[in-house]
Design a protein around this ligand. Structure first.
Ligand SMILES: Cc1cc2nc3c(=O)[nH]c(=O)nc-3n(C[C@H](O)[C@H](O)[C@H](O)COP(=O)(O)O)c2cc1C
Length: 325
C-alpha cells in the first residue's frame, strides 16, 4: 500500500486529510470521531478573538462582537470562554495520536496575541489563525488591512514556539504578495481558503439572515488555482480548504502543491465516515498508478515546475487563442 504520510507545518501527518475547524471539531467527541475515522490531523473549532479580548479586558460579554463571530457563536452554541477552549485542547491532545491544531478567528487586532502561549501550553501542536476579515469600511486601504494582519501574525508567531498557520480568504488584490509577507512574518503555513459566512435576506422578516453554511464540491477550483501558482514561491507550506469532497480532489490539490487538504462541508454532508472513504480512495488511486508515496506527487503540476507558466494565469485565454475553448 502507498505511503500516505506527509509533512505540514513541520508536523508528521500519517495522511494529508485534515478535518477543518468547525462545529465538527468543537467537542472532544467530535475530535475523537474524526481521529477514529482516520484523519491525519484535526483543526479545532475557532476561538473568536472577540471572546479573548472581552476576557482580557475583564468584561466578558461586553466587547463589540464582529457580526460573523456573533452568527457563528449563536448558530453553533460556541459561546464558551477560553478556559473551556484550553480544556478542549488538553482533552483532544490526550486522546489523539494525530496533530491537534488550535484555531483563533482574528479580526486583525494584536491585543490578544500573548494568549497564543496558553494554547501552546495546553498542548496544541500548531495554531491556525483564521484571518477572517471582511472589510466594510471603504475608506480603509487594502495595504492598511494587510499591514494589520501581517503585524498580528508576527505577534502570535513571536509568542509561541509551535508553528503558526494563516487561513486566508480568497479576495485579496494580490494573494501571493500577502502570502509572502505573512510567511516572512512567521506563518509557516497557509490554508487557502476560508469560506466566509454568507449573508442573505429574509424578506418576510425584513431582516438579514444566514446564507448557506456549506460549500459545494466545485469550490475547490479556487484553492487549486492559487496553490498551483504559489507553491514553492512564498515560503510557507500550503494547505487546501474548500470543496474537498473526495480523494480524487485531494490528489488534484496535492498534485498542484498542497502539503495537506482540509475537509469540512463533506463531513457535515456525509458524516465522519467520509474521511475513511477519502483515505481509502487515496490508497487505491496511488496503488493503481504505481505511485509509492503521496509525497512524490506533490507539486508535479505546480507552476514553478511547468515549462508553460503562462497557462496558470490565462488558461482560458490561451485555449481561446489556440481554438481549444
Ligand atoms: C458550519 C461551519 C462552521 C465553521 N466554523 C469555522 C470556524 O470556527 N473557524 C474556521 O476557521 N473555519 C470555520 N469554518 C470554515 C471551514 O473550516 C472551511 O474552511 C470551509 O467550510 C471550507 O471548507 P469546506 O468546503 O470543506 O467546507 C466553518 C465552516 C462551516 C461549514
Amino acid at each position: 500500500m502507498a505511503d500516505l504520510s506527509v509533512t505540514f507545518l513541520g508536523l508528521h501527518l500519517k495522511n494529508p486529510i485534515i478535518v477543518a475547524s468547525s462545529g465538527l471539531t468543537a467537542t472532544k467527541e467530535g475530535v475523537r470521531k474524526a481521529v477514529e475515522a482516520g484523519a491525519g490531523a484535526v483543526v479545532l473549532k475557532s476561538l473568536f478573538e472577540e471572546q479573548l479580548r472581552a476576557e482580557i479586558a475583564g468584561v466578558a460579554g461586553s466587547a463589540e462582537v464582529h457580526p460573523e463571530a456573533e452568527a457563528f457563536l449563536a448558530g453553533m452554541g460556541m459561546n464558551e470562554g477560553s478556559d473551556e477552549y484550553l480544556d478542549l485542547i488538553r482533552a483532544s491532545r490526550a486522546a489523539s495520536d494525530v496533530p491537534i491544531i488550535a484555531s483563533v478567528n482574528c479580526s486583525g487586532d494584536s491585543a490578544w496575541a500573548e494568549f497564543a502561549a496558553r494554547l501552546e501550553s495546553a498542548g496544541a501542536d500548531a495554531i491556525e489563525l483564521n484571518l477572517g476579515v471582511v472589510p466594510t469600511d471603504p475608506s480603509v486601504s487594502a495595504s492598511a488591512i494587510e499591514d494589520k494582519l501581517v503585524s498580528l501574525v508576527g505577534s502570535v508567531a513571536r509568542s509561541v514556539k509551535i508553528p503558526v498557520c494563516s487561513k486566508l480568504g480568497s479576495s485579496y488584490t494580490n494573494t501571493g504578495n500577502l502570502a509572502a509577507r505573512l510567511s516572512k512574518a512567521g506563518s509557516r503555513g497557509l490554508t487557502l481558503f476560508n469560506r466566509f459566512y454568507r449573508m442573505d435576506v429574509d424578506l418576510d422578516a425584513m431582516s438579514l439572515s444566514a446564507g448557506p453554511m456549506r460549500s459545494s464540491p466545485e469550490a475547490y477550483h479556487e484553492s487549486l488555482r492559487w496553490i498551483s501558482v504559489l507553491e514553492g514561491r512564498v515560503g510557507a507550506e500550503l494547505c487546501a480548504s474548500g470543496g474537498v469532497y473526495d480523494g480524487l480532489t485531494a490528489l488534484r490539490l496535492i498534485t498542484v502543491g498542497a502539503n495537506a487538504v482540509q475537509m469540512c462541508s463533506a463531513v457535515y454532508a456525509k458524516g465522519y465516515s467520509t474521511i475513511t472513504s477519502t483515505v481509502a480512495e487515496l490508497h487505491s488511486w496511488l496503488d493503481n498508478h504505481g505511485i509509492a508515496r503521496v509525497a512524490d506527487l506533490r507539486g508535479r503540476l505546480a507552476r514553478r515546475n511547468s515549462d508553460k507558466p503562462e497557462l496558470y494565469g490565462r488558461l482560458h485565454y490561451v485555449k481561446a487563442l489556440t481554438g481549444q475553448a
